[in-house]
Design a protein around this ligand. Structure first.
Ligand SMILES: Cc1cc2nc3c(=O)[nH]c(=O)nc-3n(C[C@H](O)[C@H](O)[C@H](O)COP(=O)(O)O)c2cc1C
Length: 229
């Protein structure tokens, strides 16, 4: 077991990592992280999640196929219902973090090539050495609880990785062409692809890695009921 940092320090310190060192991640370390992550709670303890940990040639084939498919205009084939827009406040938060990332990377508003390059990096899972494809048991397709449980384990995963010095970005751009992911990661038919997590050793010199995204306040998010009555 590697030494892990304290919980609050990990949760407050973690941020999405989008620039990685060209160094491998040991298989045993990924297994240890997943073992910790799978302590996550799940509905009825059904633990519907499964993981395909991909590196090397299959991951390169996924990056290539995903990017080529999107650029060729193939439709988005992610295996979940999409969120298109939301309310103004959701859009505002999306813009805010994009501005922070582009600002850090020195990509100007009118820099079309710079923006395109950034989007392509996302399709390539930011060239991370490892991608963990999170799937769930197809018998639960249609239940909202299965994606909820996948979210719980994925959050635990990125924090367990961070506590060991590894960086992650949860990355839905990387699975836009899900049939490509299914083929090269050899994902069984009884699994639904939920999300992927790009993982590797953070490149401290990559400016976007320093971005700390904002959160809404307790006042905005929380209603306390019955406390002061
Ligand atoms: C379900 C999900 C999908 C995401 N997909 C992407 C993605 O495709 N590309 C990306 O750059 N970041 C992606 N992110 C990362 C979010 O942008 C990031 O978590 C958010 O801006 C908060 O920043 P932080 O993780 O640094 O705290 C995703 C996060 C989640 C939870």
């Amino acid at each position: 077991m590697t030494t892990a940092r304290g919980y609050d320090e990990v949760v407050r310190g973690r941020r999405s990592i989008r620039g990685f060192l060209d160094e491998p991640v040991p298989k045993e370390l990924v297994a240890e992280i997943l073992e910790v992550a799978m302590r996550a709670p799940s509905s009825y303890n059904n633990q519907c999640w499964n993981f395909s940990v991909v590196t090397g040639a299959p991951l390169d084939a996924i990056r290539r196929g995903n990017t080529e498919g999107i650029l060729a205009g193939k439709p988005d084939s992610r295996e979940f219902r999409r969120f298109d827009g939301g309310a103004d406040m959701h859009r505002a938060r999306q813009i805010e973090v994009a501005k922070q990332l582009f600002g850090a990377m020195g990509i100007a508003r009118d820099d079309k090539d710079g923006r395109q390059d950034w989007v392509l990096r996302g399709f390539r899972q930011f060239d991370a050495p490892v991608s963990i494809v999170v799937t769930y048991d197809r018998v639960l397709l249609g239940s909202d609880i299965a994606p909820f449980d996948c979210g719980a384990v994925t959050n635990a995963l990125v924090n367990a990785a961070w506590s060991r010095g590894l960086g992650c970005v949860i990355n839905s751009q990387g699975i836009m062409q899900s049939p490509v992911v299914r083929e090269h990661a050899r994902i069984p038919d009884d699994q639904v692809i939920m999300i992927c997590v790009a993982m590797g050793w953070p490149d401290e010199s990559f400016p976007a890695n320093a971005v700390v995204s904002n959160r809404k306040s307790i006042e905005d998010a929380v209603r306390f009921v019955g406390f002061d009555d």
